[in-house]
Design a protein around this ligand. Structure first.
Ligand code: FAD
Ligand code: SF4
Length: 515
């Protein structure tokens, strides 16, 4: 089993075109894949998240073997799979490899752990750049240089120009960079009606075996595997992408922000996990959407809205993550210290929006962006939960969660923990926003427009309390000032009642802060 070099492929590097694979010499090198157990334990990973990663890895390993590569594949049940460190040590001893090669890891901590393990073993580590992304870490660094504020919109326009996407004669197609105003529709009283359902991929024998192992190894981890049907191979991921483009992309734009009880995907793509594991390449995803536009199957507002997410947000948050790590995970600009409410792990709350989104998350490992940002994220922001605890929950609970994309979204966009580096103002809103964007409030015991009293919506109470608590910081902020101007219309008595009710809510939900 000796070899010249071990080529390490991580669970989120299942890219058939990867630079490390391209440089792998089938005759002298061996591929190493590790199902590191501590990846499912450092946060209590949703069973569907662990299953998805492992099933996709095992299918990828089969494909690699079919291509003629020799593999050292370390399964999660083996003692040496406890961590990357222990598995690497064992693999290096077995193979007597003279060096390790890999594509740069997506996560800072994983890269550090691997680098340390190689240094201890006295084996050089060679890193290839990650060509999956359209913007390399170095290119982001140079775009960022000299900028005081990091504005996604500026980055997005830069990417559109650099890659000639949705551009005509140097100008944005349709004369505008974004169509956000058209993209905030709701379903009205009648609801969304018939939405074409997305494909479901029933577990084959490889995935079924993983599901059994996950149930046995992590019986107490959150989430359910009943109905697990996510794409775990490149072929399935392509089916998911094509189905989205032909069935739902046309309506993606207008209903991006809408929510509806009992409807998980609505017009969203559901491809984030496949993208993050690199079963799909962002270029082919963008290409498929552009072709649909060019062949007049979908309107510009939907294509632009979708391209903005993949070319803009996804690449942007990765750049922010790598320029801000390792300190980013401990940011806490608003000095929030409460523990995460217990109901985030079981959905047991009488707030219908939170109950619905958390139950859906536990059942499937998925929630769309507005559910994450404006229901679960909004509530922890308004309540004042320690951002690191919120980060741990998001990293654990979603099938697409990998730290480089999860952390900036959670700590930056959702919790304002980085003090405005990623989002220029906090995404703070009352229960009326949730009422406007869907039908959760219809089945709720609370009233979204009431801030005090027995039927006051906790979001609305905590929203006004949030404005009161952070008045000194934001009242003069150019983009946030309007919210605080409205706050000034409340009389002192009302403000005092809101504060009292918010304090009571915090004590009921969280008990004492976990300092
Ligand atoms: P669509 O709505 O169909 O969007 C298309 C694609 O665009 C997505 O698949 C995704 O790759 C990309 N995208 C969309 N929004 C974002 C964004 N804000 N940042 C980066 N990429 C984006 N996304 C993850 O992939 N992993 C995470 O761990 C993750 N954690 C999040 C945590 C919070 C608090 C929030 C607010 C958002 C998070 N997101 C995360 C971003 C976004 O919510 C998901 O990418 C999206 O909901 C995935 O569903 P979809 O594939 O149906 O996306
Ligand atoms: Fe959520 Fe408040 Fe609406 Fe109830 S009333 S569903 S708690 S926003």
């Amino acid at each position: 089993m000796t070899c010249r070099r071990l080529v390490l492929i991580l669970g989120d590097q299942l890219d058939r075109e990867s630079a490390a694979l391209a440089a792998c010499d089938e005759k002298q090198d061996r591929i190493l894949m590790i199902e590191a157990r501590n990846e499912s334990e450092r946060v209590p990973s949703h069973k569907a998240r662990t299953t998805l990663f492992l099933a996709a890895m095992r299918h990828h390993a089969d494909w690699l073997e079919q291509q003629g590569f020799a593999l050292d594949y370390i399964r999660i049940g083996k003692p040496e799979a406890a961590s990357f460190r222990s598995a690497l040590r064992a693999a290096i001893e077995r193979s007597r490899a003279q060096s390790i090669a890999m594509v740069e890891a997506g996560e800072y901590g994983v890269q550090e752990e691997i680098a340390r393990a190689c240094a201890v073993a006295g084996v050089p580590l060679h890193l290839h750049g990650d060509t999956h992304f359209l913007c390399s870490r170095e290119a982001f660094e140079s775009w960022r240089k000299g900028r005081k504020a990091l504005v996604m919109e500026h980055f997005y326009r830069h990417m559109r120009k650099t890659h000639g996407i949705l551009m005509q004669d140097g100008k944005p197609l349709g004369g505008k960079w974004n169509f956000d105003k058209k993209n905030r529709s709701t379903f009205g009283r009648k609801g969304p009606g018939m939405i074409p359902s997305a494909p479901r991929f029933h577990p084959d024998s490889i995935t079924a075996e993983v599901m059994n192992e996950v149930e046995q190894l992590f019986p107490d981890n959150p989430g359910s595997l009943d109905g697990f049907a996510w794409p775990v191979t490149r072929e399935q991921a392509l089916t998911m992408l094509r189905d989205f483009v032909s069935q739902r992309l046309a309506t993606f734009g207008p209903f991006q922000d809408a929510m509806w009880e009992g409807q998980m995907l609505l017009y969203h793509s559901g491809i984030s996990a496949a993208l993050n594991l690199k079963l799909l390449n962002p270029r082919e995803v963008i290409g498929a959407a552009l072709t649909a536009y060019e062949t007049k199957q979908v309107p510009l507002q939907s294509v632009e809205g979708f391209v903005r997410q993949v070319l803009g947000w996804r690449e942007f948050v990765r750049g922010v993550y790598w320029t801000e790590m390792p300190g980013y995970l401990d940011e806490n600009a608003l000095e929030a210290t409460l523990p995460l409410p217990r109901f985030y792990w079981d959905g047991n709350t009488d707030m219908n929006c939170l109950h619905t989104v958390i139950r859906q998350t536990l059942d499937t490992g998925y929630a769309h962006h507005i559910q994450r940002l404006m229901v679960t994220g909004l509530f922890s922001l308004l309540l004042g939960v320690r951002p690191h605890k919120v980060h741990e929950w998001y990293l654990a609970i979603y099938i697409d969660a990998v730290e480089w994309v999860e952390a900036p979204n959670t700590l930056g966009m959702s919790q304002y923990a980085d003090g405005g580096l990623l989002a220029s103002k906090p995404y703070a809103a009352s229960g009326r926003y949730i009422q406007r964007m869907g039908n959760y409030c219809n089945g709720c015991r609370y009233a979204p427009d009431e801030s005090t009293g027995d039927s006051a919506c906790p979001f609305t109470t905590l929203y006004w309390d949030f404005l009161l608590r952070h008045e000194a910081r934001f009242a003069k902020h150019p983009r946030a000032a309007l919210q605080w101007r409205i706050l000034r219309r409340l009389d002192q008595e009302k403000k005092a009642a809101i504060r009292t009710q918010a304090d009571r809510l915090r004590a009921d939900i969280c008990g004492q802060p976990d300092n």
